[in-house]
Design a protein around this ligand. Structure first.
Ligand code: ATP
Ligand code: NI
Length: 336
């Protein structure tokens, strides 16, 4: 992983998050490092079950029993988020870091109007709201109308008074983004923001995130199965497999010169020049069970390039240009 700089907003080091199950301890996230710089968009890709959501739920302090963070440091603007108590962490959520959940349908509260939910977020984080009751109410309303307009909801004044079920799936997704953005977070974590949306709405939602990123100067973590989205919207990309980061680097480098056989597999089945809209194609074989994994490359059983030298724990290796990959074959290339 590249080194932190003055511009580093979020730095995760050695994150390990486990779930106790009847079959044993599932190590969903095992030694994950992440760096997010100010203003950048980081893409996170990997097959289902690779640990993408658990990694960022851990950052948000939202891992619930039987899960727990077992090790690692989560530094946000120089503060150690793991050292915060619940009240302090609640203040960070939404105000500094907002996350839109994979499941938009259930993430919204069905019993509250959209306006009430945006207001709740604004009240909780209280960024420069006036103190008088009426002035405060007016400010919240004005800001809520603005947010709904920003996410492309027509007649926002009327729409504020409606409940989630009165909106289409695509609109609900955009409303969740509006709620996340209402507090002007420094970091937006969008977990599969366009899953289950039709192609036109997908494009709108992503444009919205990218535009808002530019306007607010915020950073974005985009969790997605869609490599076309990564190619188009992300400065850097991180590829996860079986609870580990297996490759990361600048998007263009990783897509044009993938170093890890898993990344090559993900890209291999895609037509190079039309990545748009392509989801990850399955690679032959199965992701290993994340319980009591042997000390060897986790991709071993599915790897076309495997050899006896892969039967040990593999560290991330430097491929040059800030690109790293967890494969014994990786060699540093001269800067281009
Ligand atoms: N509540 C839980 N109990 C037990 N294991 C869990 C639980 N939640 C997650 N896991 C484990 O963590 C692994 C990683 O899950 P995670 O949701 O992070 O995957 P993901 O990469 O986000 O996948 P997807 O693309 O399907 O969203 C799962 O395969 C599962 O083994
Ligand atoms: Ni997920």
């Amino acid at each position: 992983m590249s080194a932190p700089t003055d511009k580093t907003l979020l730095q995760v080091e050695g994150l390990r998050t486990v779930f106790e199950t009847r079959d044993g301890t599932v190590c969903a996230v095992d030694g994950v490092d992440v760096i997010v710089e100010r203003g950048e968009c980081l893409g996170v890709v990997g097959e289902s079950g690779s640990g993408k959501s658990v990694t960022f739920n851990s950052v948000m302090g939202l891992v619930r029993s039987p899960g727990r963070i077992e090790a690692g440091r989560i530094m946000f603007e120089g503060r150690d988020l793991r050292a915060l108590n619940q009240t302090e962490m609640r203040a960070v959520r939404g105000r500094d870091i907002a996350m839109t959940m994979q499941d938009a349908m259930t993430a919204l509260n069905p019993a509250l109007t959209v306006g009430e939910q945006i207001a709740e977020m604004l009240e909780a984080h209280d960024k420069g709201l006036p103190s008088g009751r009426n002035a405060r109410r007016r400010a919240i309303r004005a800001h809520s109308v603005k947010m709904l307009g920003l996410v492309g909801i027509a007649s926002p004044e009327t729409r504020l008074g409606q409940y989630p079920h009165e909106f289409s799936g695509g609109m609900r997704q955009r409303i969740m983004i509006a709620i996340a953005l209402a507090s002007m977070p420094k970091l937006l974590i969008a977990d599969e923001p366009t899953t289950a949306l039709d192609v036109t709405i997908q494009a709108q939602v992503l444009e919205l995130i990218t535009d808002t990123r530019a306007k607010l100067g915020m950073s974005v973590v985009l969790i997605t199965h869609d490599l076309g989205v990564v190619a188009e919207h992300c400065d850097r990309v991180m590829v996860m497999y079986a609870g580990q980061v297996v490759e990361q680097g600048r998007t263009a480098d990783v897509i044009m010169r993938p170093k890890h056989p898993y990344t090559k597999g993900l890209l291999g089945s895609l037509p190079r020049l039309s990545l748009r809209g392509q989801r990850i194609e399955p690679i032959e074989g199965q992701v290993p069970e994340l319980i009591d994994l042997p000390a060897q490359c986790r991709f071993y059983s599915r790897c076309r390039e495997r050899g006896p030298e892969c039967l040990k724990n593999i560290e991330m290796r430097d491929a040059g240009n800030g690109q790293t990959a967890r494969c014994v074959r990786v060699q540093k290339e001269l800067a281009t």
